[in-house]
Design a protein around this ligand. Structure first.
Ligand code: M6R
Length: 369
């Protein structure tokens, strides 16, 4: 049932191109229009939305963080992301024109469910992004957009994360199309670029051998830090979460710009720092800022592990290890940059002799608050 792989996690990582393709399938018609028929909210309801809240936990929360950048950029609607376990305790401002998006692989996470119920009590509209048909969260939501990742068995979420990203992009693009947007050309281009993502994820998967080698080398590290900016910041958090839960190592993700406000003191001789670099095309300033952050950590002794876009020459002088991913628009880049971090965590955990599919102290679905 593991299809020849040692772990479900490895099988699920390998299934990602298919999972992404399945989640896109049938949702874009031949004219590139988005067809979201499971979203039972009228176009008028969507035009009335004046604020989006995304609530989720763990990996699903990281997909929500990426979604915030995309949704705000494409739709110009303010979008906040909040840990579901915090949401209802701080009395968030919600009303009929608030769209609450609850993201959950299992559809049974109690924290997310309670946040959803709280939002409904306050009359907000609730849209679930979920991988499990008929589970509680979609049942209690006003509308559902299912991710089609197929069953995810490993405790560490991989293919569900990539499909959550796809679903979030679809929601953002749909909102943008229904409401009419400032960046209409860009939105149309992204619809086309999304179709290319399964092949790009496949390409990344075919280049993972050097990551496996590095993983064996890092198995004894005390701590691994991850840095990124913009959508690469949640990718850094996701890379660190994977490593914590699977390898039981200290790992932390930081917004690269925050380093100088404290965390850079953690850098010692040889500290591994995984740097997720945005595309040098498009928002060039962002890229250059991250490159200077890499220089800063390296000057303090860090061993830099750099994930950058193919053809990015500027990172070369500062990368102790360099891994390229295919050229991808900035907002969609998490679909490719996350994959090496999943493989890295899985291989480090396995080199340390841990059961990758069943990490200690964790359950696949957390049904208590
Ligand atoms: O089923 P959900 O997506 O609601 O689960 C949320 C988190 O518990 C989950 O993503 C968790 O963080 C994963 N084990 C991370 O790999």
């Amino acid at each position: 049932e593991k299809g020849g792989y040692d772990y479900f996690m490895l099988k699920e990582i390998a299934e990602q191109p298919h999972a992404v393709a399945e989640t896109l399938l049938g949702r874009l018609n031949e004219h590139g229009d988005l067809m979201l028929d499971e979203v039972r909210l009228s176009d008028q309801d969507l035009r009335d939305v004046d604020k989006v809240f995304i609530v989720a936990c763990g990996t699903a929360y990281h997909s929500g963080m990426v979604a915030k950048y995309a949704i705000e950029h494409w739709t110009r609607i303010p979008c906040e992301v909040e840990l579901a376990s915090e949401f209802r305790y701080r009395d968030p401002v919600l009303d009929r024109s608030t769209l609450v998006v609850a993201i959950s692989q299992s559809g049974e996470t109690m924290d997310t469910l309670m946040a959803l119920r709280h939002a409904k009590e306050q009359k907000a509209r609730v849209l679930a992004i979920c991988n499990t048909n008929g589970s509680t969260i979609p049942r209690e939501s006003d509308a559902v957009l299912y991710t089609h990742a197929g069953p995810e068995i490993a405790v560490a979420s991989t293919k569900a994360f990539l499909t959550q990203l796809v679903a979030c992009y679809l929601v953002g693009l749909h909102l943008a199309q229904v409401r009419g947007v400032k960046y209409a050309d860009e939105v149309a281009a992204v619809v086309a670029q999304l179709q290319e993502m399964p092949a790009k994820v496949e390409q990344v998967l075919s280049m993972m051998e050097p990551i496996r080698e590095l993983a064996r080398d890092l198995a004894e590290a005390k701590s691994v830090l991850f840095i990124g900016r913009h959508v690469s910041y949640p990718v850094a958090l996701e890379g660190a979460l994977k490593l914590k839960e699977l390898a039981y190592m200290h790992a932390e993700g930081f917004a690269a710009g925050e380093l100088k406000h404290g965390p850079i003191a953690l850098i010692d001789h040889g500290t591994p720092v995984v740097c997720v670099v945005p595309s040098p095309r498009g928002r060039g300033v962002l890229h250059d800022k991250v490159v200077s952050n890499i220089q800063e950590v390296r000057a303090r002794g860090a061993r830099t592990i750099v994930i950058a876009e193919e053809g990015d020459e500027a990172v070369k002088p500062y990368a102790d290890h360099l891994f390229y991913v295919p050229v991808t628009p900035t907002l969609l880049a998490p679909l490719v940059t996350t994959v090496p971090l999943q493989v890295l965590a899985c291989e480090i955990a396995s080199a340390r002799g841990h059961d990758v599919d069943q990490p200690r102290n964790l359950a696949k679905s957390v049904t208590v608050e």
